[in-house]
Design a protein around this ligand. Structure first.
Ligand SMILES: Nc1ncnc2c1ncn2[C@@H]1O[C@H](COP(=O)(O)OP(=O)(O)OP(=O)(O)O)[C@@H](O)[C@H]1O
Ligand SMILES: [Mg+2]
Length: 240
């Protein structure tokens, strides 16, 4: 469970998050939408302790991101998948996936490799475990990125525009993998511009603008009974 209360974040004089309060229930799928610069990436980076918050609090399973001793625990429970994959170029796909479970979780190498092969199989890359990132397409690299996050057995998966750096024809495969994760008990928080995809899989939708959370409701209400015309217009534009 993730709880944000009155979260502020600023870089120097630039206020990037203003008084954001929201709750992510276990197993829930939340899509975060909003224009460029709204603070969407910053929000999920703060949940993952990649950025420090300036005010308020974020509590993940009872532990505050403000507590330095809790950071590793929180990062184990909240795996992140990045827009630009961020795979280690000198490691194979399999090694990218097994590195953290072996080094951070201190798991048995053979067990982790078996799990990693299972994950690669799940995303349709069973034969590519020995390839380096440069030998994989963008869509394949991103599926490895998702496997790497899942290998930590995270309770929460944070996905930041994971298809926006991929050729459109590769996007469907990555979205299919995410869709399969929805409803499996993992809490998914996805920042996305894929509006139809969000409509299909999200339980809740959050809309951010100028560092503020301006809407947060169940997906049906958000898409079908939107009272803010500004948001409806934004959603319509994203469809094209
Ligand atoms: N490290 C940083 N230092 C200074 N300003 C930053 C930093 N990171 C982000 N910002 C600023 O914070 C604001 C929010 O950025 P953020 O990346 O969270 O937006 P976003 O909603 O994810 O946008 P996009 O849809 O373009 O990815 C922007 O104005 C951005 O320029
Ligand atoms: Mg972003």
């Amino acid at each position: 469970m993730i709880e944000l209360s009155n979260v502020d974040k600023h870089y120097g004089s630039l206020q990037v998050l203003s008084n954001v309060s929201m709750h992510f229930a276990d197993g829930e799928v939340t899509a975060i939408l909003g224009p460029s610069g709204a603070g969407k990436s910053t929000l999920i980076r703060c949940i993952n302790c990649l950025e420090a918050i300036s005010g308020g609090d974020i509590v993940v399973n009872g532990k505050s991101v403000r507590d330095k001793r809790a950071v590793l625990d929180i990062q184990k429970q909240t795996s992140m998948v990045f827009q630009h994959f961020n795979l280690y170029p000198h490691l194979t796909a399999l090694q990218n996936i097994t590195l953290a479970p072996i080094k951070v979780l201190r798991k048995n190498k053979a067990d982790v490799e078996a799990q990693a092969r299972g994950l690669l199989d799940m995303v349709g890359l069973a034969s590519k475990g020995d390839r380096h990132p440069a030998e994989l397409s963008g869509g394949e690299q991103q599926r490895v990125g998702i496997c790497r996050a899942l290998a930590m057995n995270p309770q929460h998966l944070l996905l930041d525009e994971v298809t926006s750096a991929i050729d459109p024809e590769m996007t469907a495969e990555v979205l299919r993998v995410i869709e399969e994760l929805a409803g499996t008990g993992t809490t998914l928080i996805l920042v996305t511009h894929e509006i139809e995809f969000a409509r299909r899989i999200a339980d809740k939708v959050a809309f951010m603008e100028g560092g503020k959370l301006v809407a947060h409701s169940d997906a049906e209400t958000f898409f079908n009974h939107q009272s803010e015309e500004r948001i409806s217009r934004f959603v319509d534009k994203m469809k094209h």
